[in-house]
Ligand binder design. Structure first.
Ligand code: 16G
Length: 240
């Protein structure tokens, strides 16, 4: 398993070996890993090398450390294609997971300036401010703050936004959603995000801002989503 005559660095060989065990299911999510000392003795390598390998696997989301307890195999990340203007509900259903939302804020407020500018509505015009924790199979995946003009999308209720917003807009209101621009940015969890998402403050977060519009160019929503870095990875296909 570890070939000391190989030109590949030993830590890298250990990384690949542990990854292999996880991918083959020999190591399952939640399993605890042997200690650094055990690995070091088993392969006659230094603890420093083992630590380097484990740290790399923690950073890439295969493992997670729990202070004073040990190192464990993480849940597999959800792989999200950055193609197609889909909703959270559609994304989760497509992978056989049960979507749900926990509403943590729902009110009509006067649009803050930066929102009214992006929605191209009058300053302080009424907008829905919707804050939802998005869950997959009961596990919090993202925190989402949505602004929608209350004059454009009328009659939203707590019940509606606890289900699919896109489904309601398209099927009940017959408003055709057309396109969106997304900006992705890395970040770390604030105290509030940490509480809502059940992660540590300072844990990695992927921020996505989506500005969605209708066919005639009318802006529909401004959404800021904070995705758990330990649960999500995003892929995109590039053509040349
Ligand atoms: C996704 C969208 C969000 C949209 C929501 C609708 C991203 C980054 N964001 O979370 O803009 O409002 O889906 O979901 O994908 P719903 O129809 O399930 O309420």
């Amino acid at each position: 398993m570890i070939d000391k005559t190989s030109p590949l660095p030993i830590y890298y060989q250990l990384v690949e070996w542990i990854k292999g065990l996880i991918e083959q299911g020999v190591l399952q999510p939640g399993d605890s890993l042997p200690s650094e000392r055990e690995y070091a003795e088993r392969f006659s390598i230094s603890r420093m090398t083992v630590r380097q390998a484990i740290t790399e696997l923690v950073n890439s989301g295969y493992l997670y450390r729990q202070k004073g307890v040990g190192t464990f195999v993480a849940e597999k990340k959800i792989e999200q294609q950055l193609m197609g203007l889909t909703s959270f509900t559609e994304d989760m259903k497509a992978r056989g997971m049960e979507p749900s939302s926990k509403l943590v804020g729902f009110e009509i407020v006067p649009a803050p300036t930066y929102i009214s500018e992006q929605l191209t509505i009058q300053e302080h015009a009424p907008v829905y401010e919707i804050k939802r924790i998005r869950l997959a199979d009961g596990i919090p995946m993202a925190l989402e703050k949505t602004y929608i003009s209350a004059n454009l999308v009328k009659g939203l209720t707590e019940e509606i936004v606890q289900n699919s917003l896109y489904h309601h807009i398209e099927n009940q209101l017959s408003i055709k959603i057309d396109e969106a621009t997304q900006v992705l940015e890395s970040s770390v969890a604030t105290q509030q995000e940490a509480e809502y998402l059940n992660i540590q403050k300072g844990a990695p977060i992927l921020l996505i801002q989506r500005n969605t519009s209708l066919k005639d160019g009318t802006p529909l929503e401004i959404v800021k989503s904070s995705y758990r870095g330990d649960r999500y990875k995003f892929t995109i296909t590039l053509k040349r």
